[in-house]
Ligand binder design. Structure first.
Ligand SMILES: [Zn+2]
Ligand SMILES: [Zn+2]
Length: 407
């Protein structure tokens, strides 16, 4: 078997990996990087199948292009596909709003829908002559790892988390000869999740008690629901605005992909929904507003921040990694953000909480140990070397884009 990265080898973005097993050629993920301007992977050659690990844009964003261009079949879990399709429409809207060229059209999304082939966890399928096994990745509901079995067994992780979170159980290791591993958190470990949630709720309480409002910018897919689950253990008046509402509905429509659907249903029921721009005033009378976008680069969150930014009693609680060049990173580093074209000082309190859905450095090391591969291929991270340098007795490979690599 051979692989060839078309994108995302050494960055957290645009993941795309071409795999060849004899006459069979297939793609694993075909994502884009939603930066300004957006970045895309190299153009894929005609392939019959793409196996999509999960719905996040950096894994799924360019699937419509692939379907429109090459009529590629899309293998994914039903949960992944439902959300990926929704995000493709959002990508078109954002491109239009921000004035960037659209990477594909509505007819390509239509083709993607026609070409969808559902897969389920623990299922064994055939892609050409290659046997493929589907495993849960523990990252967000529906996220899968794919194990290709030819003369060797090769596990492609996509994004993984190995400890249980509110939404999903952790990924279990899979014995394999070659492990193609995401390395987003190489070199960084997470604080214990329960501790993070405890500190988060304490901070919310502190802000509410001093008469402030709490704004929680959160990614719509996964993070918003983790935050709502955490807030459901309190009695604050919580409002939700933005795309997270639709994701809640999608998650609850397929409870078989959730660790505890009852808990999520209860958390959503306890939350008040902002269903119109007018309701934003009402939300600001409550205690907490959970809202997209997670990195403050658009979405309704900007309106809330604009309303509270001079109020020292209020607080913005960031819940995810803030990528360089985003408003969220500028807020963390300089206490400012770009609001409607002008840079503004933010006077309210700003805190960051690590609600990550990725395995941390030590968890990745343990995962490698337990999969026990001869060869580890590190991808999808900008600090892969640090992880590879701590793995002994195995062949460590740091692939570069545009090169075929013999497995
Ligand atoms: Zn992801
Ligand atoms: Zn990713």
């Amino acid at each position: 078997m051979e692989i060839h990265f078309l994108g995302g080898a050494d960055e957290v973005g645009s993941l795309a990996c071409l795999l060849r097993n004899g006459p069979d050629e297939m793609l694993l993920d075909y994502g884009m990087t939603p930066a300004k301007p957006p970045r895309y992977p190299r153009p894929a050659p005609p392939v019959d199948h793409v196996m999509l690990t999960h719905s996040h844009i950096d894994h799924s964003g360019m699937i419509p292009w692939l379907c429109g261009r090459h009529d590629t079949r899309v293998l994914a879990t039903p949960m992944t596909f439902l959300i990926a399709e929704m995000l493709t429409h959002d990508t078109l809207k954002i491109a239009e709003y921000e004035g960037f060229p659209k990477p594909y059209g509505k007819e390509d999304i239509e083709r993607m829908r026609e070409n969808f082939e559902p897969v389920l966890f623990d299922e064994v399928i055939r892609v050409g002559d290659t046997e493929v096994r589907v495993h849960s990745a523990g990252h967000v509901p529906g996220a899968a790892m794919y194990e290709m079995v030819g003369d060797k067994s090769v596990l492609f992780t996509g994004d993984i988390h190995t400890i249980p979170t509110g939404l999903v159980r952790g990924a279990k290791p899979v014995k394999c000869d070659v492990l193609i591993l995401e390395s987003t958190y190489a070199g960084r470990d997470h604080e214990n999740r329960q501790k993070v949630e405890y500190k988060f709720l304490k901070k919310v309480e502190e802000i509410v008690n001093r008469g402030g409002k709490v704004i929680v910018p959160s990614f719509a897919v996964g993070r918003t629901q983790e935050v709502l689950l955490s807030l459901a253990n309190s009695n604050f008046e919580v409002w939700l605005d933005g795309m997270g509402q639709a994701i809640n509905r999608h998650y609850l429509s397929m409870p078989e992909f959730l660790r505890n659907p009852k808990k999520l249903r209860r958390a959503v029921r306890k939350t008040r929904m902002v269903r119109s721009p007018r309701a934003r005033g009402m939300a600001l009378k409550g205690d907490v507003i959970v809202c997209t976008s997670g990195m403050l680069d658009g979405g309704p969150v900007l309106e809330y921040i604009n309303r509270v930014r001079r109020d020292k009693k209020s607080g913005i609680l960031l819940t995810g990694y803030q990528v360089e060049g985003t408003n969220g990173r500028m807020l963390q580093e300089e206490g400012k953000i770009n609001l409607y074209g002008a840079t503004q000082e933010i006077e309210c309190e700003v805190c960051s909480f690590d609600f990550s859905a990725h395995a941390g450095h030590s968890e990745l090391l343990t995962f490698i140990e337990r999969c026990d591969p001869d060869k580890v291929v590190y991808c999808h991270g900008d600090n892969r070397e640090e992880l590879a340098s701590q793995v002994e007795g195995r062949e460590n490979v740091l692939p570069v884009e545009g090169e075929w690599l013999d497995l």
